[in-house]
Design a protein around this ligand. Structure first.
Ligand code: FAD
Length: 394
């Protein structure tokens, strides 16, 4: 079986592609990652890492790095009304064995994932432009004239994936009507801020989220506000801090305390996609936002892409070149339903967070009860399920 183990080409070196590469290398498989950017970089904003993916980061040996670069989110995490009155506590710890939730700087997470790979796995400056079957394998072409071949190609190239049209040309991004202002404030500038807590304020058509990053040295904020016109989804558009301050001017004064220290923000329009009816065509499959772009209202886009990578590696580890097509279909079978539930759950949670409810008492009760949904999300371990499915390949 060793000689006929499949080789894998991953297009996209974001959180999803890089984690998948780590998981595949961990299984002893040959993998290459092709990223369009000239260097591995990420924007100055945070990502919330939850137990369902922390478990997988630990499995590939990155637990100590998560402890080092993450900021463990602890007690006193809460939801508030816009004026600062408490709605409910947020369940971020668990006695039944969770491995904790962490805020991480996106750049720290990408750097940690890239550095954990053996030299030569990641190829930057490669923008994928084409895909085709080639003999009994698959071939990817790049704008710079390079070609990569493998038994399997994984499109991990984000919400505007160049590879998804080879599976589903008709899929379109759906604009949510919301834009975000994101950024970080050094914790030393806001000494009164509770630096261990995940905090969210909910008002009509807007919400405001704060959690710590980088061992508590940075405080990450996201202001969600309505957009009056459709913006192209982008991480790099600069947002005006004064406009952000105006959006939340009459909210809890604690928000004003933080926002007074904001010097730069990124503005991002929020898009997702409807669940795809399938992710795989022959030797090409999709992963992360390319497969299931979702709104951030459950904080799961990156976490689900990490689950995808671990599922794919676990199943491919049990395949060989003769069973690899069946392996990709098993991967899709395992992941598509769960991620579709998270996609629709994120849309529903966005409506709760923006207070689009006739009865806000009922909304508050749903927010409180949401601890049950989060527990189910966080308790899930994709590996035993993937191993069991992969038995069908042997
Ligand atoms: C406001 C906001 C807040 C969020 N908060 C959270 C959170 O708290 N927790 C969470 O889990 N998720 C969160 N997410 C979602 C999360 O950021 C994404 O789901 C996650 O980054 C997806 O990773 P990915 O690797 O699939 O895609 P991406 O991170 O988009 O990576 C795709 C990579 O592919 C590369 N690429 C694109 N096209 C090509 C090409 N043609 N050729 C080669 N390379 C290409 C890109 O340069 C990029 O590096 C948030 C998202 C938003 C917008």
């Amino acid at each position: 079986m060793t000689q006929s183990r499949p080789s894998i080409v991953i297009v996209g070196g974001g959180i999803g592609g890089l984690f998948a590469a780590n998981a595949l290398v961990g299984q002893g498989l040959k993998v290459s990652v092709y990223e369009q950017a000239p260097a591995m970089t990420e924007v100055g904003a945070g990502v919330y890492i939850t137990p369902n993916s922390v478990r997988q980061l630990q499995r590939v040996g990155l637990g100590p790095q998560v402890e080092k670069w993450g900021a463990k989110v602890g007690a006193r995490s809460q939801y508030f009304h816009h004026d600062g009155t408490v709605i409910s506590d947020v369940q971020v710890t668990d006695t039944s064995g969770w491995n904790a939730t962490y805020g991480m700087h996106r750049a720290d997470l990408v750097d940690m994932l890239a550095k954990a790979l053996p030299p030569g796995v990641v190829h930057t400056g490669h923008r994928c432009t084409g895909f085709e079957r080639h003999g009994d394998g698959a071939r990817v072409t790049f704008e710079n004239g390079a070609i990569a071949e493998g038994d399997v190609v994984v499109g991990a190239d984000g919400i505007h994936s160049a590879l998804r049209p080879f599976v589903h040309p008709e899929s379109r991004p759906v604009f949510s009507g919301t834009i975000t202002y994101r950024g970080v404030v050094p914790a030393e500038l806001v000494p009164e801020w509770p630096a261990e807590s995940w905090l969210m304020w909910l008002g009509k058509g807007k919400h405001f989220l704060v959690y710590p990053l980088r061992a508590g040295k940075l405080i990450n904020f996201v202001g969600f506000v309505p957009a009056d016109r459709e913006m192209k989804e982008s991480w790099s558009a600069a947002g005006e801090p004064e406009a952000l301050r105006r959006e939340f001017a009459d909210w809890d004064p604690q928000i004003g305390y933080l926002l007074r220290q904001v010097q730069t923000t990124f503005r991002t329009a929020l898009f997702d996609r409807d669940p795809l009816p399938s992710w795989t065509k022959g030797r090409l499959t999709l992963l992360g936002d390319a497969a299931h772009a979702m709104l951030p209202h459950l904080g799961q886009g990156a976490n689900q892409s990490i689950e995808d990578g671990m599922a794919l590696a676990t199943i491919l580890a049990n395949s060989d070149r003769s069973t690899v097509l069946a392996a990709l279909l098993l991967y899709e079978r395992l992941r598509r339903e769960r991620t579709a539930r998270v996609q629709s759950g994120a849309r529903a949670n966005g409506l709760r967070y923006d207070s689009f409810h006739d009865d806000l008492k009922l909304r508050d009760a749903e927010i409180t009860a949401h601890a049950g949904f989060r527990k189910q999300l966080y308790d899930y371990d994709v590996v035993p399920v993937a191993r069991e499915l992969a038995m069908d390949l042997v």
